[in-house]
Design a protein around this ligand. Structure first.
Ligand code: SAH
Length: 343
């Protein structure tokens, strides 16, 4: 497989261009075609000499990802089944909300972490996405919308901190003013609690948003839902979050998927509030999206509202994510699983 041109930093591309005996400014012109014009053929790079275009085409792949299937209509959440160069696929979700366009991208083909209610882990883990493939997902969203997304969330298939280097490389390309120019504060990394990733991110000097998938206020319940809790126990994860918040001065969002009778009692809401009190935290409650192979049921809306009220009374800011995604099977991994089942 040729390497992906979308995986290169501007200075790396500049070095390549120099090697090809072309002037350095060509690299900026190429980035302009890639990220401003978002062209899909080498021939479209009209201000480049034909010979340089031919050399680039020989060395680089220009199509990091393809849309194999798009579900949903323009004004609702849409899901794209994303085909990669080696025949693997992942998925991404496009969430329009007023004039905000958010794209939810995948970071790995499959996932190793096997959270009980998550479809991504069910099909096992195949490989990491390359940085260029992650950039490619965002470009596919831009192609569907005819404009670049305003926000990016890493909440598709995979664990971003298990593919740390490629994810951060993609983020730096997407964030670069000559790249897509998407602000760091508009990029959210969501983790199941991989502590080394949280610690490294604190040192990057980037104003990224961190989301932590918590799902339970005590280690027994969390361990039942998330096997990762054995390797990175709740108390250690929270300590890492606290250090992250102190270092970056950022508020951390805690994701909490409500499962009926498992983690949605008033006592658990109180425990959660106590647990998060020492942190600059907000809670994002997620309605469970039913997944085959997981027995749990969604929490009834009234119980969810009560859970929020308990958190708010204790001074914790909480919101209930709307479930527009569930109609299009947006819970992570669901489209990929269907695809695997039919091929
Ligand atoms: N691996 C990362 C990001 C991917 S999942 C992480 O764990 O954070 C994004 C969020 O969706 C996580 O909070 C995850 O726990 C949640 N999620 C996964 N499957 C779900 C389902 N069926 N219903 C509701 N939320 C789900």
């Amino acid at each position: 497989m040729k390497s992906l041109i979308h995986g290169l930093f501007l200075d790396e591309l500049t070095a390549v261009i120099r090697e090809m005996d072309a002037p350095a400014f060509r690299a900026k012109q190429i980035w302009h075609w890639l990220y401003e014009q978002r062209i899909t053929t080498w021939d479209a790079m009209k201000n480049l000499p034909t010979e340089l275009r031919a050399k680039l085409a020989e060395r680089f792949e220009l199509t990091p990802a393809r849309a194999l299937e798009i579900t949903g209509t323009e004004d609702e959440a849409r899901k794209i089944l994303v085909g990669l160069g080696d025949g693997e696929c992942v998925e991404e979700v496009l969430l329009p909300s007023g004039d905000r366009r958010t794209v939810c991208v995948s970071s790995q083909v499959g996932c190793k972490f096997a959270c009980a209610f998550c479809a991504s882990g069910q099909a096992g883990y195949k490989r990491n996405l390359l940085a260029g493939e992650i950039v490619g997902e965002v470009l596919l969203a831009a192609a569907v919308w005819g404009d670049r997304p305003g926000n990016i969330v890493f909440m598709g298939v995979g664990e971003p901190f298990d593919n740390y280097d490629n994810v951060l490389r993609a983020i730096r390309i997407l964030n670069h003013p000559d790249g897509l120019g998407i602000g760091a504060r508009r990029i959210t990394l969501s983790t199941c609690g991989v502590i080394p990733g949280i610690q490294r991110l604190a040192e990057e000097g980037l104003q990224l948003e961190l989301s932590l998938s918590l799902h339970a206020p005590d280690t027994a319940t969390r361990g039942q839902l998330m096997p990762v809790n054995r390797r990175y126990p709740l108390a250690d994860v929270l300590a890492a979050c606290k250090a992250y918040a102190e270092k970056t001065k950022r508020i951390i969002t805690f994701e909490y998927t409500l499962v009926r009778g498992v983690n949605d009692s008033p006592a658990q809401a109180e425990d959660l509030a106590r647990l998060l009190a020492p942190l600059p935290a907000r809670v994002n409650l997620i309605p469970l999206s039913p997944v085959e192979g997981f027995e749990g049921e969604p929490t009834p809306p009234e119980t969810a509202r009560q859970f929020i009220r308990t958190l708010e009374r204790a001074g914790i800011n909480a919101t209930l994510r709307d479930s527009q995604g569930s109609r299009i099977k947006a819970a992570c991994g669901q489209l990929r699983i269907r695809r695997l089942a039919t091929t």
